[in-house]
Design a protein around this ligand. Structure first.
Ligand SMILES: NC(=O)c1ccc[n+]([C@@H]2O[C@H](COP(=O)([O-])OP(=O)(O)OC[C@H]3O[C@@H](n4cnc5c(N)ncnc54)[C@H](O)[C@@H]3O)[C@@H](O)[C@H]2O)c1
Length: 257
């Protein structure tokens, strides 16, 4: 699939893995639209790179439709990389004192699923709708989507019921959505990152990050967001890759805590 002459949406493009993907797709010649809720950083990055920014919450139908329309106004939308999300620890399933009130907050669980899973699916369904109107390329392709899960989809740690199940949901939708979109010539693949050097990870401090890096078999360091962007770009442009989740993790396997 050709990125040059296409528009590309990167959700969560104002920071971290999304920002690196914005930079890479811009270098590849795509007309990039950053979709984010961090207006200050999103506008700053868009101005620096000469790309577009749209304020949109991935869980909002109206916001995402407006962003998709803004991207299609630049050029046919053929690429979407969904990075917006996040989370971490939400607490244990039951509390220490045996009271119902001390059980895991249902609101917090719902928030993890709403942001990471429902938000990602909202972007997929609306971006794919716009892609389905594109002229097909020589292979019959009209577009490609990459979503972001986490190794927590497979090895969620203690306290990660919400985040782990939301990310497992992203893994779980990859094949059925690839099958749904096959008739339209749209591919979808998922990246499950391990431990990457992005702002949320930097907030942990050097000592914690060094100890996390020591658990990674090889290379013994956190992932570079540019390495995520390189895989995302490959998955967008290699027309034979479809319906698969790829771990990008230096062979790390997360322990219970
Ligand atoms: N960094 C890691 O080690 C790591 C590991 C596994 C998975 N991930 C996943 O990768 C993705 C990116 O993580 P990151 O580390 O780059 O985080 P980050 O915080 O640097 O970037 C996330 C971006 O998403 C935006 N965002 C948050 N909620 C949004 C919403 N509702 N609508 C639109 N934008 C929203 C934020 O404003 C931010 O710019 C997340 O889905 C995260 O769960 C990260």
């Amino acid at each position: 699939m050709e990125l040059r002459g296409s528009s590309a949406i990167v959700t969560g493009g104002a920071s971290g893995l999304g920002e690196a993907t914005v930079r890479r797709l811009k270098d590849e010649g795509a007309k990039v639209l950053i979709l984010d809720v961090n207006d200050e950083r999103g506008k700053q990055l868009a101005a620096e790179l000469g790309v577009e920014y749209a304020h949109a919450d991935i869980t909002s139908e109206a916001d995402v439709i407006a962003a998709v329309e803004a991207a299609t106004a630049l050029a046919p939308l053929r690429a979407t990389v969904s990075c917006a999300g996040g989370g971490g620890l939400g607490g244990r399933t039951i509390g220490r004192d045996g009271s119902y009130g001390s059980a895991h907050s249902l609101e917090s669980y719902t928030n993890f699923v709403m942001l990471n899973l429902v938000g990602t699916f909202n972007v997929i369904r609306l971006a794919a709708t716009a892609m389905s109107r594109n002229e097909p390329d020589a292979d019959g392709g009209r577009g490609a989507i990459v979503t972001t899960a986490s190794v927590a989809a497979f090895e969620g740690q203690i306290g990660q019921a919400g985040y782990g199940s939301a990310k497992a949901g992203i893994v779980g939708l990859t094949l059925p959505v690839a099958r749904d979109l096959a008739a339209a010539g749209i591919r979808i693949n998922t990246i499950a990152p391990g431990l990457f050097d992005t702002p949320p990870m930097r907030a942990w401090g050097t000592e914690m990050r060094d100890s996390l890096a020591a658990t990674i078999p090889f290379p013994k360091r956190l992932g570079d967001p540019a390495e995520f962007a390189a895989l995302a770009t490959h998955l967008l442009t290699n027309s034979y890759v479809n319906g698969q989740t790829f771990r990008l993790d230096g062979a790390v396997r997360m322990q219970p805590k």
